[in-house]
Design a protein around this ligand. Structure first.
Ligand code: F6R
Length: 612
């Protein structure tokens, strides 16, 4: 949500900012803008809509400026328009600001500033900060920014420039991500996320909440916002490369990321278990086997697709580790009475590690003394820095807004955690867990073969269903959350209304929807609830629903009761949720593509949901 890029150094700033903003497009936005220092003045250009509009605008402008800020805005306060696009200025136009987050007390601040004679030119919450800084400014921009933010409630990542000190950019962070880039030989960067920095540097500094950085062309310093005290920050080297954040010949990032799942799964499993003994090695968990064995309850907290991963893990944790496991949507978790203590393990699951509700839930759990082990894909993200330990998924950058490889690798990480706890509790033999983990190791090879085949089958099926208005997905057991995930994938990228149901729930309401126009996709692997799901499918067939089944290779019975069958190889039933996700991702992708939807950046959605 919103993207910030800033640079000061020896190179021309405009191409760096435009390229950086492109690499943040996945975050979601509806307007864009840029500001740079030119002959002692700040030149600002903004436009509504996609970045290409800003690029075209900049094509006609010659500048050799070496310092500037760029922004993509995802509207919260005020419609997407040029006037509301960032950067925003104070009354004099000598201070500019870009902002990601929400200023919660902007209304009262705005009234106060207006009563002092400040004139506002946008409807945004952000603009109050530019005027507040103007109000505080007394020859030192860093000091003025620190004073200004002390009046602000809410979340913010800020980039600020002032004509009075043209040799510096100011960066501030509070509850919205901001990462700094340092380059040997000069040049300092700021960005909302790492992909924007990758073409220039892999050496980064993660700002923490309430920290401010002063960026100059050949140096960078960080201090506390509240007292101005210097903070020594560690430079971390990112092992992603710029190519990982590019499409590599695929039409969309989403398709590329679906095809990257074998590698992502391998990266998640690699080095984490012994193929002979089955022993799981997850030193990141930071709890001894005795401590793990002493856990009385597990609470999984996440949003969206990550929440679906949590729902699957509940089946695993209760089956193999015999620990009562609750699953919460983070935005609900944080507003209910929580009965957590030091014997509860709370597992926040987040691809980005920046989701506001998940973070808030995690902080709440921490304040109640629960142990926190996160599952996350983004090294250095806020969740990982605040959790007691993090199991990284190592899936590589996920740029498509719809989560695919992040989801399947979250499942793998959660399965490994399940095995780890089950082993600590001596609930599973080495032999049994070795057999299960060896399936995980074989899975990438299976997927390498299956993904291209399923893709071809989906070409046909998607043509048939491209014009449908609704879709039902059914599953039981650990595949019920996969039905939810299939429905979410379809609705978010194709805008077709889709619902996932536990198949047994069908006759308690949704069956009323079934007629010849209702497509129903059911997951029917040969597992202990197979016959139950088949009965539910028969109920659909009796009402003339159009049926797509995803089931086990060789199960010819499926053809009798369906319009289409997608066969998948037989693997251990517990790991089916990972395998059965793939056709659902591809069906959603193909349908959305045929409908001409913007698959990587669906309307109204943002990759990183950094506001509540
Ligand atoms: C859907 C999707 C979202 C995210 C959700 C949580 O495809 O990607 O539902 O799963 O916004 O995001 P993270 O995992 O970054 O906390």
């Amino acid at each position: 949500m919103c993207g910030i890029v800033g640079y000061i150094g020896k190179r021309r700033v405009v191409p760096i900012i435009i390229e950086g903003l492109k690499r943040l497009e996945y975050r979601g936005y509806d307007s864009a803008g840029i500001v740079y220092m030119q002959d002692g003045k700040l030149e600002k250009h903004r436009c509504e809509g996609k970045l290409v509009n800003l690029e075209e605008l900049m094509d006609d402008i010659e500048t050799a400026s070496r310092a500037g800020l760029g922004h993509t805005r995802w509207a919260t306060h005020g419609a997407p328009s040029e006037a509301n696009a960032h950067p925003h200025s104070d009354c004099t136009g000598e201070i500019v600001i870009v902002h990601n987050g929400i200023i919660e007390n902007y209304h009262s601040l705005r009234e106060e500033l207006q009563s002092k004679g400040h004139h506002f030119s946008s409807e945004t919450d952000t603009e109050v900060l530019a005027h507040l800084i103007e109000e505080m400014l007394d020859g030192d921009i860093a000091k003025a920014v620190r004073q200004a933010v002390s009046h602000v409630e809410g979340s913010y990542a800020l980039g600020v420039m002032w004509t009075g000190e043209p040799d510096r950019l100011i960066a501030v962070r509070n509850q919205s991500p901001l990462v700094l880039g340092v380059k040997e030989g000069g040049g300092s960067f700021m960005a909302s996320d790492i992909p924007a920095l990758l073409p220039y540097t892999k050496d980064v500094i993660f700002l923490d909440d309430q920290e401010m950085a002063v960026l100059k062309k050949d140096s960078l310093s960080v201090c506390r916002v509240d007292n101005g005290e210097k903070v020594e920050k560690e430079i971390e080297t990112i092992d992603w490369n710029a190519g990982m954040a590019e499409k590599a010949g695929y039409k969309h990032f989403m398709l590329k990321e679906i095809f990257e799942q074998p590698q992502a799964i391998l990266n998640t499993v690699r080095g984490r278990f012994d193929a002979e003994t089955g022993k799981i090695s997850l030193p990141e968990v930071l709890l001894s086997d005795e401590e793990l064995a002493g856990i009385k309850r597990i609470s999984l907290v996440a949003c969206g697709t990550s929440w679906h991963a949590a729902l699957v893990a509940k089946y695993w944790l209760e089956k193999w580790a015999a620990i009562p496991t609750e699953v919460d949507i983070a935005s609900e978790f944080r507003y209910r009475r929580l009965l957590l203590d030091e014997h509860t393990l709370v597992v926040p699951i987040s691809q980005s590690g920046e989701t506001a509700d998940t973070l808030a839930g995690m902080r709440l759990a921490k304040s109640l003394k629960a142990r926190i082990i996160a599952i996350c894909n983004v090294v250095g993200s806020t969740v990982t820095r605040e959790a007691d330990g993090t199991i990284y998924t190592h899936a590589g950058p996920e740029i498509g807004v719809a989560s695919t490889k992040a989801f399947t690798s979250q499942l793998v990480a959660l399965f490994l955690l399940t095995m780890k706890i089950a082993q600590a509790k001596k609930m599973i033999s080495g032999e049994e867990s070795a057999a299960l983990c060896n399936v995980l190791i074989d899975l990438p090879e299976i997927l390498e073969k299956e993904i291209p085949r399923i893709q071809e089958e989906m070409d046909v099926i998607s043509e048939e269903f491209v014009r449908c208005r609704d879709f039902l997905y059914l599953g039981r057991g650990a595949n019920f959350p996969i039905a939810l995930e299939g429905a979410l994938k379809l609705k978010e990228i194709s805008y077709i209304h889709a619902e996932g149901y536990a198949a047994g729930e069908l006759k308690h309401g949704p069956i009323a929807l079934i007629d010849k126009d209702m497509p129903v996709l059911a997951l029917v692997p040969k597992d202990p609830v197979y016959k139950k799901v088949i009965s539910n499918v028969e109920e659909v067939k009796a009402r003339h629903g159009r049926i797509i089944l995803v089931g086990t290779e060789g199960d010819e019975d499926l053809r009798r009761i369906s319009d289409h069958v997608i066969y998948l190889p037989e693997i251990h039933e517990d790991l089916n949720p990972i395998l059965y996700t793939i056709p659902l991702q591809l069906l959603a992708y193909k349908i959305a593509n045929l409908r001409g939807c913007d698959v990587d950046q669906p309307r109204n959605l943002a990759k990183s949901v950094t506001v509540e």
